[in-house]
Design a protein around this ligand. Structure first.
Ligand SMILES: [Zn+2]
Length: 431
């Protein structure tokens, strides 16, 4: 079943002052529909057929990137996004699954609402509480797009300001009544919308909580939680449990102590859920490469959460052939057993709250080493300790779920210009 719903005038709906609004509530949860970033970042595409005649492709890209970057400013949220290749499609083409951003330059389709600046369309599954598709159409027929302070009298509008507002819709936020917010309506012919206010930050942190309460500015903390001493005062994340990627705690440094050559005789390292750097010393080597060293370094970990991690083992001695194994409750889940000397061992693996690692050496000099555990957020690429960057993740969230009967809604939100079509002087843009 597919329903079409137009809410271009939703700003007239009474809302408590200062409270952000969701585009749509989830069916069974008291929260709004949101993108699921577990499989990768939101990938957006510029239309190659519907381009701006006012701004260059670089200027348009810069405006869209600026908009997404702004929504990533609050540390309390995580909104991974990336630009995909340009797509030869009109925005709002329902046969195209990808998120397309494009301009109507010859004529703005009357069906989209006369005189609007831009429109955002989203598709979501309220039962699954997920957004899974969307597009942004920009009205280049009735508006002149600029990059910088617009002159409202000439029907000019700053693309980055309007994009920040529209990307807010794309991410699941509706209009708010609180002034100083990008999601506050109407457009003020200024650059103000380029920058989030505390209500925008509260909304995005509610939909995509990262678990990180750090901050540089109160505008990037939810209203009522001002930035003090580098943290949003009083901000808590009661809804987040169990996944380390959401914590982003400071890196922990731990030191291995001998003897730790069996799983049983090691007291577990009590982790807090952040990244870990573990220094190991004097791993015995000196074998012929056919037998592992008698010195087995076992590490037992007790973490408060599970997660996808990137583990690297870096021996200090260039001729040491070290191996790394990872066990989840004594079940081997991953290992690297290369026979190269002097190489950094690396693996990406999903680990639970209790896990073990084994480090040992086959041949070469006795060596100190560094063991790093990096917890990865969805879509986050591992940071390799040297120049050998790992293969880029080819993943995207902007695709329609395969199969299944989705209760799909199509919601269109936009901005209406006072007086509708035309380029007359806006007396007071307060539609
Ligand atoms: Zn809007």
């Amino acid at each position: 079943m597919k329903r079409l719903m137009l809410i271009a005038a939703s700003l007239f709906v009474a809302a408590p002052a200062g409270a952000f609004e969701y585009m749509s509530f989830c069916e069974d949860e008291p929260t709004g529909v949101a993108w699921n970033f577990e499989e990768g970042p939101l990938t957006w595409h510029l239309s190659s057929t519907h381009v701006s005649t006012d701004l260059s492709e670089d200027e348009v890209r810069s405006a869209v990137l600026g908009a997404f970057n702004q929504w990533n400013e609050p540390a309390c949220s995580l909104v991974p996004s990336q630009q995909g290749v340009a797509i030869a499609a009109e925005p709002f083409d329902e046969t195209v699954d990808e998120v397309v951003i494009g301009f109507h330059e010859d004529a703005w389709p009357p069906s989209l609402g006369a005189g609007l600046l831009a429109l955002t369309r989203i598709e979501f599954d309220a039962t699954a509480c997920e957004l899974f598709a969307g597009d942004i159409a920009v009205n280049g027929a009735d508006w002149t797009w600029v990059s910088g302070q617009p002159d409202g009298k000439d029907g000019e509008a700053d693309l980055q300001a309007v994009m920040t507002h529209e990307v807010g819709h794309l991410l699941g936020l509706n209009h708010t009544q609180l002034g100083g917010s990008s999601m506050n309506f109407p457009y003020e012919y200024s650059l103000a919308w380029r920058t989030l206010g505390c209500d925008d930050s509260g909304g995005i942190c509610d939909l995509y909580p990262s678990g990180d309460a750090s901050c540089t500015d109160s505008a990037y903390c939810p209203c009522g939680n001002p930035c003090e001493d580098g943290f949003c005062d009083g901000l808590t994340f009661e809804d987040i449990e169990g996944e380390c990627w959401q914590r982003f705690l400071p890196e922990e440094s731990l030191m291995e102590t001998e003897p730790n050559n069996a799983t049983e005789d090691t007291v577990p390292f009590q982790l807090t859920g952040g990244d870990v750097v573990l220094s190991g010393s004097s791993l015995d080597c000196g074998n012929d490469g056919l037998q592992p060293s008698a010195d087995l370094d076992w590490f037992n970990f007790d973490a408060p959460c599970s997660g996808r991690v990137f583990i690297t083992l870096e021996p200090q001695a260039g001729d040491a052939d070290v191996d790394l194994h990872v066990f989840d409750d004594t079940e081997a889940v991953a290992d690297v057993q290369t026979r190269d000397t002097g190489s950094i061992e690396a693996l990406e693996v999903e680990i639970g709250e209790d896990f073990q690692m084994l480090v040992y050496c086959w041949e070469g000099s006795a060596t100190d080493y560094e063991l790093r555990i990096q917890y990865l957020s969805p879509g986050e690429k591992p940071i390799f300790p040297v120049d050998e960057a790992p293969d880029a993740c080819d993943c995207s969230v902007g695709s329609r779920p395969a199969g299944g009967a989705f209760a799909m809604l199509l919601v269109v939100l936009g901005l209406s210009r006072q007086g509708g079509r035309g380029r007359g002087v806006p007396s007071s843009p307060s539609a």
